[in-house]
Design a protein around this ligand. Structure first.
Ligand SMILES: *Cc1c(COP(=O)(O)O)cnc(C)c1O
Length: 389
């Protein structure tokens, strides 16, 4: 047995990362300094969007997206059940109602035909938004979703946490990078240690919409502006003196620190190389499981491989077998509509047959850029030995 535990995902920290963090600790700004803007600019360049807003974590990013799009008690939003609960929760933070549509059984992404069917069942204006998730690293076809959203007057928030660097092929045969702002109104990313880029906690919103961008900047820091050109109070009231600032909206403190931003910048420099490594690992898994009729892996062009998900009937037994051999797989995800919190709104087993069938068999096996060839071979042989029995 392997003496070292192999998780399903983990971060990689280099000496360069450590030096970047230490240099911030020695500088004048631990937060609200120049590293934030630098990280935002580099991230926007990498993703191909006009704007980027750094935030405390991916959940805060989702919350601010919902706020910026005016989600409220009257809002209805459609999303997928096969995602981390935070994707749906952001609608609830603002009092809106969550509708789950089923997944496509081939891609495990939100099924656009199911979304269309739900939209067509109600009068126009009934739904305000669609929130697709680039699950496992596969970028949703946002061109198709944009057309549908426009038909029904909906906005789109893309939960792109799994797919930085991923892309889909549009109708002109062009690569469209996830989160690039060409189709979704807003896209969000997370820098939790299991994601592609790790800053401890951290998140980012990307967009091409200037008005939304400016609103997000305001909401990120208490709804406060220090820009005299934007003040609503007049100078003869209270708006005079260099100390003056103005709170215009009910915002939050959702800022990222400069310590984290410096780590993010350093990590981002290796993003392409890490993505290539993830794809190499995926191709090796694909080849290893190709002839198995028990295991059904998923690989699609443009996949950024946050996760490598296999589907196997005897999932629980394999899960236990791997853990007994010091390999720690995970299940992504327990469907959100079956969580007690969402069940109280009437969601129940049987609502989403494809999502539920997927959940019965899915298992995420180790996938991270620092997974060594040796460790991957050990994972493969442990799985193949199990299915031979
Ligand atoms: C990680 C993740 C989030 C939340 O990000 P945090 O930074 O942990 O708050 C949201 N959605 C998806 C799909 C995620 O994987």
């Amino acid at each position: 047995m392997n003496s070292k535990a192999i998780p399903y995902g983990r971060q990689t920290i280099t000496e360069g990362d450590i030096e970047a963090v230490v240099s911030i600790l020695r500088s004048d700004f631990l937060t609200q300094g120049p590293s934030i803007a630098a990280f935002e600019e580099k991230f926007a360049n990498y993703i191909g969007s006009k704007y980027a807003v750094a935030l405390a974590n991916g959940t805060a990013a989702l919350h601010l997206c919902a706020m910026a799009l005016n989600v409220n008690e009257k809002s209805r939003v459609i999303t997928t059940s096969i995602t981390f609960a935070a994707s749906a929760n952001c609608v609830r933070y603002c009092g809106g109602e969550v509708f789950f549509a089923d997944i496509d059984p081939e891609t495990f992404l939100l099924d656009i035909n199911k979304v269309r069917a739900l939209l067509e069942k109600h009068p126009k204006g009934y739904f305000q938004g669609i929130l697709p998730v680039d699950f496992a690293g596969n970028t949703v076809n946002l061109e198709a979703f944009r057309k549908l959203a426009d038909e029904f007057g909906c906005w789109i928030i893309e939960d792109a946490c799994h797919a930085p660097g991923g892309y889909f092929i549009d109708s002109n045969n062009k690569k469209q990078k996830c989160g690039n702002g060409n189709f979704a109104d807003l896209a969000i990313f997370s820098f939790h240690p299991v994601k592609h880029i790790a800053t401890g906690e951290g998140g980012m919103i990307t967009t091409n919409n200037k008005a939304l961008y400016e609103k997000l900047l305001l909401l990120r820091t208490h709804g406060i502006t220090k820009d005299p050109g934007k003040y609503k109070n007049s100078t003869d009231e209270v708006a005079q003196g260099g100390w003056y600032y103005e709170m215009q909206e009910l915002g939050y403190n959702y800022r990222l620190t400069d310590i984290q931003a410096a780590l993010g910048i350093s990590q981002l420099e290796r993003a392409d190389e890490n993505l290539e490594r993830r794809r190499t690992i995926a191709r090796k898994y694909d080849a290893a499981f190709k002839n198995s009729d028990i295991i059904k892996p998923i690989s699609f062009e443009g996949n950024a491989y946050h996760l490598y998900v296999i589907q196997i009937k005897s999932r629980l037994a394999l899960y236990d077998h791997l853990r007994a051999n010091n390999i720690f797989p995970q299940v992504h995800y327990v469907p959100a509509h079956l969580m007690p919190y969402y069940k109280q709104f009437g969601h129940k087993k049987g609502d989403l047959p494809n999502a539920e069938a997927y959940y019965e068999k899915c298992l995420s096996i180790p996938m991270y850029h620092s997974l060594t060839d040796e460790d991957q071979e050990y994972v493969i042989s442990t799985i193949l030995n199990f299915i031979k029995k």
